[in-house]
Design a protein. Structure first.
Length: 290
């Protein structure tokens, strides 16, 4: 069961400066982490991008934000996009900090600092010093590569490399249609003020689907929601939200790939719900259990 959150490359289009753009992205990463998303996908909306804070900036800051703090300097160094990362809120991702570890140990990200002979590497994984580890058979590693380290004891240090996906929130850039077409996409939801209102009854049905299949939730940008990004008008979204298999023309509305369009703030008191606010407002009810 996988949870994916999709945001457009135009996410910071209303930001007045780099500091404000960075702050906004920090809260997007924070929301995705709080509600245990597995993927945070940035899909292209080049028509909606403004100024210097487009897709490359969004992707870089989000990747930095989701990098464990003990690896950030080594993994990123000095980059212009990262000028204001000091204001990013801490994620404290339990899958990276080991807060959920039990007797079998915890997994954390590491970075290869040196490749030595005899299938051994030195890895920085947030302990006091880089540690020397055996490379599992069939695994090829290079200096600077991210790896997953399973730590079974800290005093004394006992750890091993494992061929698992990196723990924590994965940030990637991909096309919207490709993200919706994944085999593990689960129930595909478009968050829009023009969608069907999220009610208690509808939430009960969604909870079962989400627990069984996972979900993919897509969001729009400030003053440019998903309908604008997809070139759809309000009537088209309304038709998709209310289509029951029979309409006056007997024609199914054109669907860009979502299973349903949802308005998760049905009585919003502000003209615009910011994307980072929409993430909290949407993911909170959608992650409730039956």
């Amino acid at each position: 069961m996988t949870v994916s959150v999709l945001v457009p490359s135009s996410l910071t289009r209303e930001a007045e400066d780099k500091r404000e753009a960075t702050r906004k992205l920090g809260y997007v990463a924070r929301a995705a982490t709080v509600f245990r998303a597995d993927r945070l996908v940035v899909f292209p909306d080049r028509e909606g991008e403004r100024g210097r804070f487009g897709g490359e900036f969004v992707d870089t800051v989000l990747r930095y934000a989701t990098t464990p703090p003990y690896l950030r300097n080594e993994a990123w160094g000095m980059r212009d996009e990262l000028e204001y990362v000091g204001i990013l809120p801490p994620l404290r991702d339990v899958s990276q900090t080991g807060s959920e570890s039990n007797g079998s140990g915890s997994s954390r990200q590491g970075i290869v600092t040196e490749v030595g002979p005899d299938q051994r590497v030195r890895v920085n994984c947030g302990l006091q010093h880089p540690i020397s580890l055996n490379v599992p058979p069939g695994m090829e590693l290079e200096e600077g590569e991210r790896v997953t380290v399973r730590i079974s004891s800290r005093r004394p240090v006992r750890a091993k490399l494992v061929d698992d996906s990196l723990p924590g929130l994965d940030v990637e850039r991909t096309d919207l249609q490709a993200a919706l077409g994944r085999e593990d996409a689960g129930v595909r939801i478009a968050a829009s003020r023009f969608g069907a209102e999220l009610t208690v009854g509808r939430l009960g049905t969604l909870a079962g689907r989400r627990e069984r299949d996972g979900m993919t939730v897509a969001f729009g940008a400030p003053e440019r929601g998903l309908p604008d990004i997809l070139g759809m008008d309000e009537e088209a979204v309304d038709a998709l939200s209310n289509w029951d298999g029979v309409d006056g023309d007997g024609v199914e509305p054109i669907d860009p790939g979502f299973d349903l369009w949802l308005n998760t703030v049905p009585d919003q008191g502000s003209d615009v719900v910011r994307t980072e606010e929409a993430l909290f407002a949407t993911l909170a009810p959608l992650t409730l259990r039956e």
